[in-house]
Design a protein around this ligand. Structure first.
Ligand SMILES: CC(C)(COP(=O)(O)OP(=O)(O)OC[C@H]1O[C@@H](n2cnc3c(N)ncnc32)[C@H](O)[C@@H]1OP(=O)(O)O)[C@@H](O)C(=O)NCCC(=O)NCCS
Length: 172
């Protein structure tokens, strides 16, 4: 199992996974606020630009994405590491977001993707990361705790959105 820079080499598998995310209504990561990518090529080009701080939607910060790939070269999931926090990320989004494709959940991959991303975040110059999850998201809560997340507090969201739990993970 390895984290790789997004690449067309995994096109077929990524597109299969995208269909799974669409069925579970979790394909939001594929749609930027100012554009719905038409092709995987343009999506990859854009997220690679984001890691350089270029071509960012309004109010986004530079962000590096990795894909988790298994021994059969299958796409398993993705993780985004934001290089710094803004007000929204400080309260709700955190430095890191991740997802495992629906057909491959409950096999430890969520725990693994965060573990593998921590040295990548350190290599970006971060000495600790903020990570948040919905109070109702038990799997994510367990993943954060298993990666030594230290609970700071909870933040209420507007409307019917669930309360956010905020944790820090030390990288040094
Ligand atoms: C959250 C998510 C990444 C978990 O991925 P995963 O590969 O299933 O995670 P793991 O297999 O490492 O499971 C972590 C823990 O959660 C538990 N778990 C996983 N799915 C569960 C479920 N549906 N119900 C209850 N517990 C669950 C696992 O049993 C494991 O618990 P354990 O440590 O006691 O064994 C995945 O469900 C996902 O992509 N969800 C949508 C996006 C999301 O919520 N991202 C997190 C944003 S903060």
């Amino acid at each position: 199992m390895k984290l790789i820079v997004p690449s067309l080499k995994y096109k077929d598998s990524f597109l299969d996974a995208l269909m799974e995310f669409e069925k579970t209504k979790e394909a939001g990561f594929w749609k930027f606020p100012d554009e719905t990518p038409r092709t995987l090529e343009s999506y990859i080009e854009r997220i690679l630009n984001h890691s350089e701080g270029a071509d960012l939607p309004d109010n986004w910060v530079p962000c590096t994405s990795y894909w988790l790939i298994d021994e059969n070269n299958e796409f398993v999931g993705h993780i985004n590491i934001r290089h710094r926090l803004n007000d929204f990320l400080t309260n709700f989004g955190g430095h890191i977001g991740y997802a495992i494709r629906p057909s491959m959940r409950r096999q430890g991959h969520g725990t693994q993707i965060l573990k593998l991303a921590l040295p990548k975040a350190a290599a970006l110059g971060l000495d600790r990361i903020l990570i948040t999850c919905d109070k109702t998201n038990t799997p994510s809560l367990k993943i954060i705790e298993k990666n030594n997340g230290i609970f700071e507090n909870e933040c209420e969201q507007t409307g019917d959105l669930p309360t956010k739990l905020r944790f820090w993970i030390d990288l040094v």
